[in-house]
Each structure stands twice: as C-alpha cells, then as structure tokens.
Design a protein around this ligand. Structure first.
Ligand code: MN
Length: 307
C-alpha cells in the first residue's frame, strides 16, 4: 500500500472559522527514571494542568533524545508490572523497545512504529530496550501516553495493536512545509490505522522552519500539542523542546508555526466525562474499584508472572 499522499494545497490553510487560542504553555516536571531504562519527563499528570483539560488522556511521559552506552550484561528497562482500566500507547522515534504481556502479546517497536496496548481488565507487562539494541547502545527518543477507557470498557478484554511505520499514512505538506503522519483520527483525507475506543486524533508532525500547518478538530475535543523538539508557536505563544501547548475548546482548528524546524505531536480527543480514581498503574472510576484492582493484583488475577 502506498501510504504517501501529496496534497495539491497546504491542507487546511483555507479553513473557515478562527484558530483555537492557546490556554496554557505547560512545562512538565523534572526528568526521572522509569525502571533503569528510560529517562523521561512527566509532562502530565501535573498539579498545574487539570485532568479534565487533558481527558481522554491520563499521562504523557516524554523521553527526549538520550544516548545510552552499550550494555555488556543484563537488561535495561522496567520489569513486570500491572495496568488496569486504560491503554498505554508508545511512539518511538529512535531506539528499539521490546514489550511482553500476560495476555500473550509481545512486540518490538523501532523508529516510526507505534504500540497501542489496551490493558482494560488487567495485564502484567515488561518494557525493555530490545536486547540487540541494548548491546550496541544508542539513542532513544519516544513517548508513552496513557489513554483512558470509558467505564463500560475498563474491565473488557485486553488488546494489542502493533502499528508499524509502514501502516501509518504520511501526508506531505505543500511548499515543502513538512509532513503529517496520521496515527489515529483523520487529517487531509488520510485516516490513521489505530482503532480507538473513543474519538481520538493522534498526529506526528514534522514542520520545517517558517512554515505552518492548520489542523481542524471538533471544537469539543480537548487539544494538546507536544513540541517534542524544536521551537513552534501558535498565535503569540511559543513552546520549545518538551513543552505542551494546551488549547481552548473554541475555534475551528489548531494553527502551528515552526520558528525552527519542529517535531510536534498533536493529541486530541473527546473528553471522557466520568470520575477518575487512580492509584499508580490502575485508573478506575471509584475507590472501591481501585481497591479491587489492588486485591486482584495481589491475588494473582492479572496472570502469573512468566518465567
Ligand atoms: Mn507499563
């Protein structure tokens, strides 16, 4: 399948209506380690960013480019741990990451690939630098996003979508402005391969310096843009490496202008208007459901830890 689409005009530049305004430029917390393998910045959750403004997303960990030395023995990553009530989505740009879970899914993602893992009723999984990659060492750059599930799906069957770079349509912007890879939702007539449980748009955007792109989004969808690297602005608000633009729910489209070459991730979705009760790797609706998750984990109901 040819996944490259060339549009005759820069998509969206003639869109009616006005641009959404930036409500906040959010900088995440300090860098921290996940296990012994991943140095990330927790962009959210954050006290300064209300959960209802980022719904249906729960968590965003950004792993900026970081080189790891060759590993002579052992593994580098995070060992078996549970999840219940939501999905974990990993996008890799550099490095190779391996996953294995107790629902029987495993996979390796490399540059351009996406792993969409639905924990739902509960899994245990491990996330490691892939062994050959770890032996060689090299740069890692990726993000992990937690996507909430509505109450009716929190205890459903776990799922797994390995999405390779070749599965993801790439829209070439006119005037050599860059390109938009459509992972979920739609952009300029291209539809992303990810199957989502609520309406979500997830775009991976390379925008060249002094160019712009407009992304139409339903007004009631929350809209966030991570400036993964580079420097971009929207209206008069600037964001650089690792900063998150949070948009008002008013206006027909998000407009992004690259000041320098910029790598951007557009995250948007219909808010899930339900209570959230979370404790570490469990995200449910009520405290009693959380207590049940902890109890079920302790009783081994998420499955035995594989040998
Ligand atoms: Mn995990």
């Amino acid at each position: 399948m040819d996944t490259t689409i060339t549009t005759p005009t820069l998509p969206g530049l003639e869109l009616p209506g006005r641009a959404r305004r930036v409500e906040a430029v959010h900088r995440g917390g300090p860098m921290h380690w996940v296990g012994d393998g991943f140095q990330v910045r927790g962009v959210f959750p954050s006290r300064s960013l209300p959960m209802e403004r980022v719904s249906p997303f729960l968590l965003l960990d950004h792993h900026p480019r970081q080189a790891y030395p060759a590993l002579t023995q052992g593994r580098r990553g995070v060992g078996w741990h549970p999840h219940r009530g939501f999905e974990t989505v990993s996008l890799a740009w550099e490095g190779t990451i391996a996953h294995r879970d107790t629902a029987g899914h495993s996979g390796i993602i490399g540059p351009g690939d996406v792993q969409w893992m639905t924990a739902a009723g509960g899994i245990l999984h491990e996330e490691y630098h892939e062994q050959e990659f770890a032996r060689r060492g090299g740069a890692v750059r990726f993000l992990q996003l937690w996507v909430n599930l509505p109450a009716r799906l929190k205890m459903s069957e776990p799922g797994y979508q390995p999405i390779t770079a070749a599965d993801i349509p790439s829209v070439e912007l006119d005037d050599d402005a860059g390109r938009v890879r459509v992972i979920a939702g739609e952009f300029a007539g291209a539809r992303g391969p990810a199957r989502t449980h609520t309406p979500i748009t997830l775009l991976d955007v390379e925008l060249r310096a002094r160019h712009r792109v407009r992304v139409p989004l339903p007004e009631h969808h929350n809209a966030l843009v991570l400036v993964e690297s580079g420097h971009a602005k929207s209206g008069s608000e600037h964001a650089r490496d690792g900063e998150l633009l949070v948009f008002e729910n008013s206006g027909a489209f998000v407009e992004l202008v690259a000041k320098d070459d910029a790598h951007l991730v557009v995250l948007a979705g219909e808010p899930i208007d339900e209570p959230i009760a979370s404790y570490g790797p469990f995200v449910m609706n009520t405290r009693s459901e959380l207590a049940a998750a902890v109890r079920d984990f302790e009783l081994g109901k998420f499955g035995p830890v594989p040998a």
